[in-house]
Design a protein around this ligand. Sequence first.
Ligand code: AP5
Ligand code: MG
Length: 223
Amino acid sequence: MLFGAPGSGKGTTGKMLTKLTGWPHLATGDLLREQIARKTPLGLEMQSILASGQLAPDDLVSRMVWDRLGWPDCENGFLLDGFPRTIPQAEGLAEWFGGRQFRPVLIHLWVEYNEILRRLTGRRTCPVCGAIYHVESNPSKVPGVCENDGAELTVRADDREEVVMQRLQTYQRQTWPVAETLRKHGILVEAIDCGEMDPESVADRIVWRLDRISGSIAKKTKN
Ligand code: AP5
Ligand code: MG
C-alpha cells in the first residue's frame, strides 16, 4: 500500500514499482478518473466530488477495489495507491487480508508541506496514458506534450490551489489515522522520508525495504 499526502509521489513511484516487481498498480484515483473520462453514470456522479477535493463514498470505492483484487494478475502481489484512505476502508482491507496468503506492508511516503505544494502546482498528466510529469523536476521532452503518445498534457481538475488545500485537509482529518488503524491490525508500516529523493531512489528504497521483509520480491514474481 502506497500511502501519503496528495503529491507525495504515490502514482510516480507506483508506476516504477510495477516495472520492478511485475505487480499491478491499482490507483483508486485513476480508476475514478477513468470513469469520469468515459462519462459513465458513476463518473458523472463522482466528477464534482473529485473536483472539490472530498472523498468518494467508502462503499463504492471499496467495492471497486474488492472487485479488482479478484483478478488473476493480483494473485502474486499488487500495489495499492490511494487505498485505504479512511478508517472504514482500512478495517475492510484488514478483513480482506485476513485468511489470505499476503504479507501486507504500508509504505508511508513522507514529504514536507512546501515540497507537496511545489509538486502539485507543477504537475502535468497525460489524459491518454496517465504518465506523470512536473514542469521543473520531470518535464516532458517537448513542453506540454506526452513522450509516450504525443497527447497534450493537462492540469488535473483537483490541482487548483483552493482544491489542493481542501485535499490536504481531507488527508489530515480522514486519511492520516489509517496508518495507526492498520498497525493495530498487525500490518507493517514503513515510513520513507522522501521529500529530497528523486523518484528512482524512492522506488529502489522501497524494493530494498520489501526485500528485507520477504526476500527478493522481483525474483518471487518471476516464479
Ligand atoms: P488520488 O488520485 O489518489 O490523489 P491524491 O491522493 O491526492 O494524490 P495525487 O495523485 O495527487 O499525488 P501522488 O501521491 O500520486 O503524486 P504523483 O506521483 O502524481 O485521488 C484523487 C481523488 O480521488 C481524491 O481526492 C478523492 O476524491 C478520490 N479518491 C481516490 N481514492 C479514494 C479512496 N480510497 N476513497 C475515497 N475517495 C478516493 O506526484 C506529484 C508530482 O510530484 C508530479 O508532478 C511528479 O512528477 C512529482 N514527483 C513525484 N515524485 C517526486 C520525487 N521523488 N521528486 C520530485 N518530484 C516528484
Ligand atoms: Mg496519484
